[in-house]
Design a binder for this molecule. Structure first.
Ligand code: FE
Ligand code: FE
Length: 167
């Protein structure tokens, strides 16, 4: 990526995120379908709805920046999703596979948290206050999702451990 200003870098990173969120809208229903734990399943479906909102916010950001809403392939998100779907395909449904799913979902959330933190900082520096506000709202939801996944992992990992011990 070759850029010549902070504004241009912000726009490029927003395009990356727009594509990444779009990939997640396709991946989250598969993750929800794969999850055995009902709270994990519901959590993925809830985050799917939030993710649709993230796409809408990014469209508002494009508008505020005077740019067309257009994504650019995010290979990082593609890789994270690929690793997750391999884990789904190569294992039978179980608490252990749920533990694996949580691990890949948290990698995704951490990627998003890092990316939204970066673009928020660029927007702050550029004095784009409305953009900052929108990005912060999404950042808060990504953070809450990560926290929820950590809570669920405690229960799911325990179930995975007892299942392995009883084998
Ligand atoms: Fe998101
Ligand atoms: Fe997310």
């Amino acid at each position: 990526m070759s850029v010549s200003s902070l504004k241009e870098l912000l726009v490029e990173e927003i395009k990356d995120l727009y594509n990444a969120e779009g990939q997640l809208i396709k991946a989250l229903p598969k993750m929800a379908k794969a999850a055995v734990n009902p709270d994990l399943k519901a959590g993925f479906l809830k985050h799917l709805e939030e993710t649709r909102g993230h796409v809408v916010r990014l469209e508002q950001v494009f508008k505020l920046l005077g740019e067309p809403a257009k994504g650019k392939l995010c290979p990082a998100m593609k890789g994270l999703i690929e690793e997750g779907s391999e884990g789904i395909e190569e294992n039978e449904p179980s608490a252990l596979r749920d533990a694996l799913l949580i691990g890949s979902a948290q990698r995704v959330e951490h990627y998003e948290i890092a990316a939204y933190g970066t673009v928020r900082a660029f927007a702050e520096k550029l004095g784009e206050d409305k953009v900052v506000k929108l990005l912060q709202q999404t950042l808060d939801e990504e953070g809450a999702t990560d926290k929820k996944l950590t809570e669920l992992s405690d229960i799911v990992n325990e179930e995975a451990l007892s299942a392995s011990e009883s084998e």
